[in-house]
Design a protein around this ligand. Structure first.
Ligand code: SF4
Length: 150
C-alpha cells in the first residue's frame, strides 16, 4: 500500500474524530495502532476514492467499494459497534466492543465479552433483523476467505 497524501490523512483524522464522538467510542491508548489504521484508510481514499477498511483481504477492491459494506464506518460497526481494526474502541482499555456480536464471531473468541460503555450512542443499523444480520455476516465471511496457496 502506498503512503497516503497529507490531504487524505487530514480528511481521515477529521472523520475518525467525529465518528468516535458520534458513536461513543475512543482511540486506542497505543497511538501507533490508530495511526496505522488512519494511514490505511487514507491510502484507500487516494487509490479508490473511498475509505475502504484497510484490515481485510479483498479479491477485488473496486468491486468491494461498490458493495459499500466495508467502507468506514463499515456495516459491522454500524450493526455491532465492533471495529476489528481497533480504530474505534473503548478509550479506557483500547479493547473493541464485542457485546453485540454473535457468539461465534471471531471477535468474541479473541476478546471475550467487552461491554459498551455508551450504549445510547452508535449502531445506526442496530434495527436490522437477526436474519438479515446473519445473512450479511455469512456473506462477508465467505467473501473474505483468502484463496488457498497453490
Ligand atoms: Fe472502519 Fe470498520 Fe475498518 Fe473499523 S473495522 S476501521 S469501523 S471499516
Amino acid at each position: 500500500m502506498n503512503p497516503p497524501s497529507q490531504k487524505s490523512l487530514d480528511k481521515m483524522w477529521n472523520y475518525a474524530r467525529k465518528f468516535a464522538e458520534k458513536s461513543g467510542t475512543g482511540f486506542s491508548p497505543m497511538k501507533e495502532v490508530t495511526e496505522a489504521v488512519i494511514q490505511g484508510l487514507a491510502s484507500h481514499v487516494d487509490e479508490l476514492g473511498k475509505p475502504l477498511c484497510p484490515c481485510n483481504f479483498y479479491p477485488d477492491k473496486a468491486a468491494e467499494v461498490q458493495q459499500r459494506r466495508w467502507i468506514c464506518a463499515c456495516d459491522e460497526m454500524q450493526i455491532y459497534k465492533y471495529c476489528h481494526c481497533l480504530l474505534f474502541v473503548r478509550e479506557e482499555d483500547g479493547l473493541p466492543i464485542t457485546e453485540y456480536l454473535p457468539e461465534d464471531h471471531e471477535g468474541r473468541q479473541i476478546y471475550g465479552v467487552t461491554k459498551d460503555p455508551t450504549p445510547d450512542k452508535g449502531r445506526a443499523m442496530r434495527d436490522r433483523s437477526d436474519a438479515d444480520i446473519r445473512a450479511w455476516y455469512e456473506e462477508v465471511a465467505a467473501a473474505h476467505e483468502e484463496p488457498a496457496a497453490t
